[in-house]
Design a protein around this ligand. Structure first.
Ligand SMILES: NC(=O)c1ccc[n+]([C@@H]2O[C@H](COP(=O)([O-])OP(=O)(O)OC[C@H]3O[C@@H](n4cnc5c(N)ncnc54)[C@H](OP(=O)(O)O)[C@@H]3O)[C@@H](O)[C@H]2O)c1
Length: 319
């Protein structure tokens, strides 16, 4: 069984394509599921894990198989499964996560072990490649816009990084929820985010977004740094900023009278199931910028890190 592994932290040269990884064996303990992987979505967190940025929080045991997001077909369900896995069976088409940082065996592999609570039936309208691109970005946008902001008809939201993986689904979610959407992108991406439904685009390289929009109900920050701190100026009193990167700045919260949240994405069966239904019902599109093979994992991670995709990058595995 082939997998993309590392034996130490570092840049792309530490990635080894191991042709003979011992076939992921299904633990007898309940709560684990074996998946024939069809495709794996690539996220910025994958190169961050490779480079050791997460090692204090979740140290890896080497060799470690990279990769978080996947789609595929259930190969086997462990014996003695508890109620949480009873509705999944061999042959089901699923999507979700198998990161080694969360008790899985790694998604950049031909076969992966996942926690039963980290996968669900895939959206019917999406291909395996599109479904593999969805778990982390889709659940992030779901938690932010639906669970934390409770975004509703007629509200105004500013989404930073609208052409990125999270931003491109967040724009579509916000429009389906009835909000007015402004988004920051580089000028090359303006047409793309308009095609996703954005009402106003702001070129983050040439324009000061904090001078262009104000009195907004919500800001979704997928960029961090100064983009985060400047965003408080955009919100109306009682507004909310959700950041994927920054811890709440209590001084700014008090000064502007707004709520600030750092969002740690937590992918679970319930969210994946709600997300799949929402994506199917609302005809959400997943833009796959580029696909790579499993052998090209190093190039795929470099592309995500250095080039920045318009939408998502996916590894095609058993497709
Ligand atoms: N907290 C969590 O649990 C969690 C979960 C998921 C993701 N994240 C983090 O969230 C971030 C976004 O994830 P992603 O998958 O959406 O990444 P991505 O696909 O790389 O998208 C990031 C986007 O931000 C744009 N951008 C860069 N600088 C900008 C600026 N100053 N103003 C506006 N846009 C800018 C990039 O455009 P260019 O092409 O112009 O550079 C790119 O389109 C990553 O750092 C990721 O690690 C955190």
């Amino acid at each position: 069984m082939k997998s993309a592994q590392i034996n130490r932290y570092g840049s792309s040269d530490v990635i080894e394509i191991n042709q003979n990884t011992s076939a992921a064996s299904l633990p007898t303990s309940s709560g684990k599921i074996l998946v024939d992987v069809k495709a794996s979505g690539v996220n910025p967190v994958d190169w961050k894990i490779r480079e050791g940025y997460m090692q204090q929080m979740t140290p890896l045991q080497f060799p470690a198989t990279l990769g978080m997001d996947l789609s595929g077909i259930i190969k086997d369900v462990g014996s003695g499964q508890d109620i949480s896995t009873s509705d999944l069976k061999q042959g089901d088409e699923v999507y979700g996560q198998a990161s080694v940082t969360k008790g899985g065996s790694g998604a950049f592999a031909e076969v992966a072990v996942t926690n039963a609570d980290n996968i669900a039936l895939k959206p019917k309208n999406l291909s395996f490649e599109e479904a593999a691109a969805l778990p982390l970005v889709g659940v992030s946008a779901w938690q932010a816009l639906v669970e934390n902001m409770n975004l509703s008809q007629g509200q105004k939201i500013l989404i930073h990084g609208g052409a990125g993986g999270i931003g491109s689904v967040a724009i579509q979610f916000a429009k389906k929820l009835g909000a007015f959407v402004a988004t920051t992108v580089n000028s090359d991406d303006a047409d793309y985010v308009q095609s996703l439904g954005a009402d106003e685009t702001i070129d983050y390289k040439k324009q000061d977004f904090e001078k262009m929009v104000n009195d907004y109900d919500a800001v979704y920050d997928t960029v961090g740094g100064q983009t985060y701190t400047k965003s408080f100026n955009v919100l109306k009193k009682g507004g909310i900023i959700v950041s994927m990167l920054e811890q709440p700045n209590t001084d700014l919260m008090q000064h502007f009278g707004v709520k600030a949240i750092f969002l740690l994405t937590q992918v679970n069966r319930e969210r994946l199931t709600q997300l799949a239904k929402w994506v199917d019902q609302n005809n959400i599109k997943i833009n796959i910028d580029k696909t790579f093979s499993l052998d090209e994992t190093a190039e795929a991670l470099d592309y995500v890190k250095d080039v920045h995709p318009r939408g998502k990058v996916v590894l095609e595995i058993n497709s």
